[in-house]
Design a protein around this ligand. Structure first.
Ligand code: SAM
Length: 231
């Protein structure tokens, strides 16, 4: 038995690679993107009324984690990467049908596109469906999850002297809250939980069109050392 799905749109995101994307939506409110709708959904009819909604559910494909053979057990990074769990007990990207779901803020509805923030989606992510968030039905006040009851703890982010002006200047050029994006994403501590890097090791990631580099002066603090545009 097989069913086919067709994307209704593609996300253009601040995140150009998987590394340093927050593990869930809402953790980085400055993470913005645009969902470009595809025909026949790009003419306005399909999103009529959506401007009355603050958040939407996006059902999407983990297009850079698709696998032929389904996994029954996965090792979620949140549990340190060394504890194996049933795939359905986790929100890992390796899933039987590669389907992800995120609640994101809807900043605007424009012809053929939706403006989004608080996203955890890679650039180019194909979106399969869009549904309005319904607070009374989608929020369960007494719900619990013993494996992930609270948002991951944040670590401190500081700036080397030249890095902050660089980030401000690129943010202005891009018209994006780049300083906040860097601080919010790095505060999530992107390194795998089991990795304790030497202080001199430099990490890097691309947000929008800039390369962000940082190091860990202590195991629980990050210093942003450079924000530069690269060809
Ligand atoms: N909120 C979604 C969910 O629960 O289904 C995604 C959770 S998943 C743990 C979040 C991670 O998915 C991000 O940190 C990022 O590295 C990865 N990711 C985002 N978009 C992706 C894509 N299109 N393909 C592969 N991995 C992706």
């Amino acid at each position: 038995m097989q069913y086919g799905v067709t994307p209704v749109g593609i996300v253009r995101s601040c995140f150009k690679e998987k590394f340093a994307i927050p593990r869930q939506p809402q953790l980085a409110p400055a993470a913005r993107g645009v969902l470009e709708l595809l025909p026949p959904f790009d003419g306005g009819e399909a999103v009529a009324g959506l401007e009355q909604v603050s958040h939407v559910w996006l059902l999407f494909l983990f297009h850079q984690a698709l696998e032929d053979k389904p996994r029954l057990k996965v090792r979620p990074p949140r549990l340190g990467g060394n504890k194996s769990m049933g795939v359905f007990a986790t929100r890992a990207t390796h899933r039987p049908n590669g389907i992800g779901q995120s609640v994101v803020r809807l900043e605007g509805v424009e012809p053929g596109r939706l403006l989004l923030s608080g996203i955890d989606l890679l650039d180019g992510t194909p979106v399969l469906d869009i549904k309005p968030y319904v607070p009374y039905a989608d929020s369960v006040p007494y719900a619990h999850n013993a494996m992930a009851d609270a948002a991951p703890a944040c670590i401190g982010v500081s700036w080397a002297e030249r890095a902050l002006p660089q980030a401000r200047a690129h943010g202005e050029r891009l018209g994006e809250p780049l300083v906040a994006l860097i601080e919010q994403c790095l505060a999530q501590d992107p390194r795998p939980a089991y990795q304790v890097p030497p202080a001199e090791r430099v990490y890097g990631v691309r947000f929008w069109d800039v390369q962000v580099r940082w190091r860990y002066p202590t195991p629980q603090t990050i210093e942003v050392i450079e924000v530069c545009r690269e060809a």
